[in-house]
Design a protein around this ligand. Sequence first.
Ligand code: Q9C
Ligand code: ZN
Length: 319
Amino acid sequence: MTSGRIPTQIYHHPAFAGHDTTPHPENPSRVIAIQAELQRRRLLDDRPAPVWETATDEQILRVHDASLLSSLEQMVASGGGAIDPDTIVFPDSLHVSRLAAGAGVHAVDAIASEEASTAVVLGRPPGHHATRDRSMGFCLLNTIAITAAHALATGFERIALIDWDVHHGNGTQDIFYDRSDVLFCSSHQYGRGFFPGTGSASERGRAAGMGYTLNIPLTMGDGDSAVRAAMEQRILPVVRSYQPNLILVSAGFDAHFADPLGGLLVTDDGFRSLSVHVRDLARELTGGRLIAVLEGGYHPVASAHCVADMIEILDTPSL
Ligand code: Q9C
Ligand code: ZN
């Protein structure tokens, strides 16, 4: 750990190994592998552990319709079920999802009160496919959208949200599509029926939100150079001209070459370069204020290495 800088606040919890979907790819082994790698690298030693609450109805209903929350409540009360073949609900799933969203909320509060400047939420299930009215794509509640909405309610005026998960963050885009106070930037695999099918470059926002959605579709087989070019040539300039006061990152690691779901070929080195870019962007624009939220990543060991690298990078002073 570096001296003089407050370490990255890490949100992890044994409950995130609940919502036991096994043998679904989005299963507890993801956070178990991450936890093991963080311990192996001693990244949790001497790091203050945040204590936080589940997200409240009020915090969730800033971005979701009441019908989405009440149908999740009904499903857990009746023992669970499937929203679609990919998106399964267990009796503990709403609690676990609320705990992930509550971590994002707590991270905003910790940053607003200057107890921390960077935070990493290592929850599950992921969130960025959940739209205002629909859970989908392994996602029940949209954790990063709940985090962004809480930041707006707390007084952060402009939020840049960078989504590097291999899938388009259709839910986050949907929730903020007609607003200018959240700039949504996503690079993702696109085409040949790849999930969820949205995220073409022509989707740029609506009404007051026109121009505040930036989609960078990539082609199966693209790797480090394409993902880095998307960040360096497209995302960084747009975020700089937006002048955000907080940066949020939907950090999925399913663009990794070893990932069983994604078709991009990003290496550990490529992900390290993305982390360096968002860290330095935050230091340039937001006083270092940045919250990264785990999204996808279905090769547990590859994701664990990349998450640990990201934390080490966020903890390191710039050159
Ligand atoms: N049934 C995240 O990475 N795959 N979600 C659908 C056709 C859905 C991935 C395949 C992939 C969702 C957060
Ligand atoms: Zn994904």
